[in-house]
Each structure stands twice: as C-alpha cells, then as structure tokens.
Design a protein around this ligand. Structure first.
Ligand code: CMC
Length: 432
C-alpha cells in the first residue's frame, strides 16, 4: 500500500459496534493508527506489554528502520556522521535537528567547555559512597543531586532548560570520571579547557597530579566515535524513562538520573559490560564458545548471548557494523591484539549459521563489539555502561526537551487489564 492508497481511517469492529480510527503516516512512511479516542468510543483499551506496537510520541530527532538496519539522526545517516562528524557537533544536531553553522558550533563548544566543573560540595557525595559501588549508581545519584545545586531547574522556561542542558552535557564527563577516581582512591582531576570533549574525559580519568598527561589522539578519536554511535536511539527503555519522568513535570536532572538507572540494566546499556564478561569467561576456559551458544539457546538456562538481539532491529544493527570494523582499526592503530575479538567473531559466526538465531532474526547489536574497543582504550569494565551514558546524554536531553515543547504531550499514565481478585469482604486476622 502506498501513501496515496492508504485509507484515512482504520475500522475497528467490537461486537456489533464499529468505529473509525484516524490513520497517520510519518515522514519515513511509518503507518500508525491514532487510538486516542478508542476507550471513549469503543469502551476498550489496547494491550501491548513492552509497548512494542505503541507509538508514544511524535519525534523529529532519530529515525531507525529495524528491518533494513537503518539509523539516522535528524536525517543524517549514522555511517556519514561516524565518518565525518564529531560528538559535539552531533550533540547540537540532536538538540536542534539541524547541523550547526561554524559560529553556532564555536559558541556551543565554548559553552560545553566552560561548564565542566562540579560544585566543590558535590565532591562529598562521591566520597560518601562505598568505593566498590557500581559507578552507574554513583552517576545516577550525582546527576540527581545536581537539582540540589541548581534549584532553578524546576522553573522550566525554555532558557532555563537550555542552561540545564548545557550543564548536564558539560558535567557528565566530570561526574563519570569522579565516580572512577573515587573507586580507585585517586584524587579528582579538574577538567582541562584546552582539550577536546573526548580528550578531557581521558584526562579526568587517567591523569594524576604527579605528572603531565596528554591524551592519545587515536584513543580520543575512537572514544569520540563510540560517543557518536551511542548518542540517540529513539524511544528505547532509558529514553522512554526520561520522557516519562519528565512528563510529570520533573526537572531535567531528575529525569536523566532515572534514565541512567534504566540504562544500567543488562538487557539495555549494561549489556556492554555483560558482553565483555561473557567473552572473558570463554577466554578463561569456563566453557567453549560452542558450549556457551548451546546454553544461550536453552530458555531455562537463564543465559543469553549478550550483545545479540534487539527489540527493533531484525537485521544487523548498523552501529555494530561500524564498531566491528573499528575494533580492527583501533587494535591495529594501537598495536594491540585481543583474543576476545576472535571469540566474538567465533560467536557471531556460530549465531549467523544457527537456525535458533537466524529464525529469530538475532544479530549483533551496538554492545557486542563496543566493549572490545573500550577495553583496548584502557577503560575499566565497570565503566563501560557509564561511557554509554555519556554518549546517550544528548539523546536523552533532546528527547526530554522535545517532550516539554510538544503541545500534545500529557503525563505518561498507561492503563492495565486487571486480572486480580473481584470485590470480597475483609476478614479479620483471627478468621483467616
Ligand atoms: N540470546 C538468546 N536468545 C535470545 C536473545 C539472546 N541474546 N535475544 C532474544 N532471544 C530470543 C528470546 O528468548 C525469544 O525466543 P522465543 O521467541 O523462543 O521466546 C526471542 O529471541 C525474542 O526475544 P525477546 O526477549 O522477546 O525480544 P525482546 O525484543 O523483548 O528483547 C533484547 C530484546 C535486546 C532485550 C534481547 O534480544 C536480549 O536480551 N538481548 C541480550 C541483551 C542485549 O544485548 N541487550 C542490548 C540491546 S541493544 C543496546 C541497548 O538497548 O542498550
């Protein structure tokens, strides 16, 4: 069916009751049935656990076609951005859905660079938390705590939201690096304004006050690429969380703190850490790759092939394709070898030739190869998901801002199909 032949309404028949529901088409051809009047007109709701068939918003930020393996930020293919752009420019692109002029980019870069310091009192939050605590928990706490330092955040004017967006984009690397420095007992390193966004992250992570440190440009470029690839992915779990929390009127810091928590889970961003742990367990001889794959196919084993499968992609995730090549490039440029890459390739080959994975259209996702690069760059394993969070920050913020400006936005409040007890009289405890 083409756009021209597509009917303007979809007919729903429930018993002897028929209603027409408006049909809408997105700019990339996505067809949606507008069910906002469904309950009022038909007395019924939809049932869609995991919301796999539910469009919860209109968005101009990111497009992805899971069948074709296509990802575009504001119309620009991810492959082109990965090759020719850089993370700060991509941040602007997501926030404005246009590429910046040279002057806009210079001003934005200046703003991002000059808001990187944290209030000195915020340092005490890091030192009050156990060193062994996961850095994602530390980052969620620190981002949430920004609301206590910038109490104007609840005053959601356009100007205030923009200031908060700049603060968050600028301070997230500092928060991330401080969470790491605290975990290893090293002094916090103040940001350096002469470095690039990625170079400054490396400086705050790996420099010490004892000696001069210059970030390796190969490492900084590879990190910048990872940040670009993670920058947005439309209505994924953490982004939907950020929008949902923001829909109640909660401020940007509170909303993004919730997004960080959502990202932490192993089915979402936490998969990058889980992948490397899976590869290391195979390297260390816990099981062979084939034994692992057999286990991953058994439902009751509780084991999944981490970094594989995706709710939306039923084809190769285009980000995984870029990252697979980047693994070879980065390892080659740094003169490193990593047996984990060979294990990953072996797992992928087994999966691509196994009916279980082929039939279910399970392909490598962004997390399958990213960890190998993080490891080559010297990033500690439990910081992998934190780096994902730094990358996803402009996506979360852009989506939150879009929600705030959306005249059709309402507080997120799904319904349910109640399957519990029907009314019954209360029984005093001695009679139960
Ligand atoms: N290993 C083994 N079986 C799998 C896997 C996997 N990685 N992924 C899906 N399946 C099976 C699943 O058991 C189910 O089988 P059946 O139809 O027989 O019940 C079928 O494939 C469909 O899976 P699903 O769980 O219903 O799919 P979903 O869309 O709800 O979940 C997913 C998507 C990403 C959570 C899932 O594929 C998964 O758990 N993957 C591993 C974790 C992972 O890599 N997550 C990162 C996702 S991409 C980056 C991000 O979002 O942060």
């Amino acid at each position: 069916m083409t756009n021209e032949t597509l009917p303007k309404t979809a007919k729903l028949t429930l018993g002897d009751h028929a209603i027409d529901l408006p049909v809408m088409v997105g700019t990339a051809g996505e067809v949606a049935i507008d069910i906002r009047q469904l309950r009022a007109k038909a007395g019924a709701i939809t049932y869609d656990p995991g919301l796999g068939n539910t469009g919860a918003c209109l968005s101009k930020i990111t497009f992805l076609d899971g069948e074709q393996g296509v990802l575009r930020y504001a119309g620009y293919p991810i492959e082109e951005l990965a090759k020719s752009s850089h993370f700060v420019e991509v941040m602007w692109l997501l926030l404005h859905q246009e590429l910046p002029s040279a002057q806009q980019l210079a001003q934005f870069t200046h703003d991002i660079t000059y808001h990187t310091m944290l209030h000195e009192d915020l340092k005490r939050l890091f030192s009050s938390l156990p060193k062994a605590g996961h850095p994602m928990a530390v980052c969620a706490a620190a981002v949430g705590a920004l609301s206590t330092f910038y109490q104007t955040a609840g005053n959601q004017t356009h100007e205030q939201n923009w200031i908060d967006a700049i603060r968050l984009l600028a301070k997230m690397p500092t928060i991330a690096a401080y969470s790491y420095k605290h975990s290893i007992g090293q002094p916090f390193m103040y940001p350096r304004n002469d470095l690039s966004y990625a170079g400054n992250i490396l400086h705050m992570m790996f420099a010490t006050p004892c000696e001069a440190y210059e970030p390796n440009p190969i490492v900084a470029r590879a990190l910048d690429l990872l940040l670009i690839l993670h920058a947005d992915h439309e209505q994924n779990c953490s982004t939907s969380t950020v929008r949902t929390v923001g829909s109640s009127g909660a401020n940007l810091f509170a909303s993004v703190s919730a997004g960080i928590s959502a990202l932490w889970g192993p089915l979402h961003g936490g998969a990058n850490q889980a992948v490397i742990e899976m590869l290391m367990s195979i390297r260390d001889g816990k099981r062979t790759a084939r034994e692992f794959m057999e286990l991953a196919k058994k439902k009751d084993s509780g084991v999944r092939l981490m970094g594989f499968g995706h709710r939306v992609y039923k084809n190769y995730d285009p980000r995984a394709l870029i990252l697979k090549q980047a693994c070879y490039d980065v390892l080659g440029q740094l003169g490193k070898k990593d047996p984990l890459l060979d294990i990953a390739i072996e797992l992928e080959q087994i999966a691509l030739n196994d009916a279980y994975f082929v039939d279910r259209k399970l392909y490598p996702n962004v997390d399958f190869y990213s960890g190998i690069i993080y490891k080559a760059l010297g990033i500690p394993v439990d910081m992998f998901t934190v780096y994902f969070a730094i990358g996803r920050m402009p996506g979360w913020i852009s989506q939150w801002l879009e929600y705030q400006a959306d005249p059709e936005a309402r507080i997120t409040r799904p319904r349910q199909v109640f399957m519990g007890a029907t009314p019954r009289p209360y029984q005093p405890v001695e009679k139960r």
